[in-house]
Write a protein that binds this ligand. Structure first.
Ligand SMILES: Cc1ncc(COP(=O)(O)O)c(C=O)c1O
Length: 459
């Protein structure tokens, strides 16, 4: 029987990686990346940088969508996992207890705000969202879960039901019953909906990531907390992307000194090395949901809370605290935001710059009329405006970024929190040059079209 050894896979060249990805993985994904000139394989990474097969270095300002707050392969996290292997620590044993899971539970209870105390470990943010939704349903005993427009909570059926953007929902209808959406950042509409008393839970991000880096008005989270208290609704804060220092506080809800009934954690909880996520709830919610022997197995999973995951997470949290990364994110974020706001004044191409800490979005004006037709001709329709800028940044300046999933006109800057001032300057300089060179959407789509044609000619 034919199989590929680890050694062979490690030595695949770029062509083999592309060919295999097309044949054995998501076939059209490499072609989509090729359209934008992004179909590279990066065999090596460390800290703020990745290297492709030709040894070209790239500066990472995407940070795996918020999973790399410590950068690539952080030595402290790797050392923690190596220690687990050296000690031959039991990695998986579901019908028993785990010292490391117990330790991580205590850590999360200590660093999260308010009364949050009981954790459940999962392997992805989506899975943790599912657990949070189930927990809110059973604890509240009410059928309706409200979420917000343009929200992103993941793509499994429950998480998708709570998310925005029809493009990702429509093909999978019918989704789950009992889910409704209100506009993000609108407490009045939320209160009107709460009045019918059938709402069990409200789920929202404290700053929307994939929706286009949307920062709500100051006081929104306080309004949410007060409304949930007044109408007996459980508040689920999805901090999968905003958690662990990203927005300038350890958790984004701390900007308003409020805490949810259930918080969802993911991405950087695993230090960028292991797949780990969690939801954590107050004792009141936990006991309503799972407060008897009969109920202990209502929600379970095979991979949650493995020793390697917990060791990595304990080491990562120690780094966030000891290196004071939330404060660094606040300072660097403020600096980057102000420099980008200068670009906004200078370049007509930019519609808005916004963000909190090191979660920053640049929204571009979308083309109208003739320009839009040109873009469509070039197969780089309006939908890809943010991706086109990211493509130029990556190809010409070797800086990695991405657009936001639910608002493709927004390019996000989400570097590891270990980023340095001169790297922020490098990115601002590159963007300034790109915007000066491509004064409008037309020349950028022409450049993207050229990339597309050359990638087609090259197979
Ligand atoms: C706010 C939020 N919630 C949930 C998720 C889903 O997490 P995962 O991709 O780990 O399943 C994401 C992923 O981007 C996210 O940003």
């Amino acid at each position: 029987m034919r199989y590929i050894t680890l050694e062979e896979a490690l030595h695949f060249d770029q062509a083999r990686v592309v060919a295999n990805s097309k044949k054995y993985l998501n076939s059209h994904f490499p072609s989509y990346l090729a359209l934008l000139g992004l179909d590279r394989n990066y065999p090596q990474a460390e800290g703020m940088y990745l290297w492709d097969g030709d040894g070209q270095r790239y500066l990472d300002f995407l940070g795996a969508f918020g999973a790399l707050n410590l950068g690539h392969n952080p030595p402290q996290v790797i050392a923690a996992i190596e220690k687990i292997w050296q000690l031959k620590t039991t990695n998986m044993m579901q019908s028993g207890l785990s010292a490391l899971a117990a330790g991580l539970g205590e850590t999360l209870a200590a660093i999260t705000p308010g009364e949050l105390r009981h954790s459940f470990f999962a392997s992805s943010g989506t899975e943790a969202v599912e657990g949070a939704l189930k927990t809110a349903r059973i604890a509240s005993g009410k059928p309706v879960i409200i979420s917000t427009s343009a929200a992103f909570h993941g793509k499994s059926l429950g998480a998708l039901s709570a998310s925005g953007r029809d493009k990702y929902k429509q093909p999978f209808q019918p989704l789950l019953p009992g889910f409704e959406q209100v506009p993000y950042g609108d407490a009045a509409v939320l209160e009107a909906r709460f009045k019918s008393r059938d709402v069990g839970a409200f789920i929202c991000e404290c700053v929307q990531g994939e929706g286009g880096v949307n920062v709500p008005y100051a006081g929104y989270l306080t309004d949410v907390r007060n409304l949930c208290d007044r109408y007996g609704v459980l508040w689920i804060a999805d901090e999968v992307q905003t958690g662990f220092g990203r927005t300038g506080k350890m958790f984004a809800c701390e900007h308003e000194n409020v805490s949810p009934d259930i918080m969802v954690l993911g991405k950087s909880i695993g230090g960028g090395v292991v797949p780990l996520a969690a939801f954590i709830s107050t004792p009141q919610v936990w006991s309503k949901a799972y407060g008897s022997i009969e109920r202990v197995s209502y929600h379970t999973t095979t991979f949650g809370g493995m020793a390697t995951q917990c060791a990595a997470s304990l080491a990562a949290v120690q780094c966030y605290i000891e290196q004071d990364l939330p404060r660094q994110a606040a300072e660097h974020g403020q600096y980057l935001l102000s420099r980008l706001k200068n670009l906004e004044q200078k370049h007509d191409f930019i519609k808005a710059v916004r963000g909190k800490g090191l979660l920053i979005g640049i929204e571009f004006k979308t083309p109208g009329g003739m320009l839009n037709k040109m873009a469509k001709l070039a197969e780089v329709a309006e939908d890809n405006i943010g991706a086109m800028v990211c493509g130029v940044l990556q190809k010409d300046y070797h800086i990695i970024t991405a657009y936001t999933l639910h608002n493709p006109a927004v390019m996000r800057l989400e570097p590891p929190l270990i980023v340095e001032r001169q790297q922020l300057d490098e990115v601002v300089r590159a963007l300034d040059e790109i915007f000066s060179k491509h004064k409008n959407f037309a020349s950028l789509s022409l450049k993207a079209a050229k990339t597309m044609i050359s990638s087609k000619l090259n197979g």
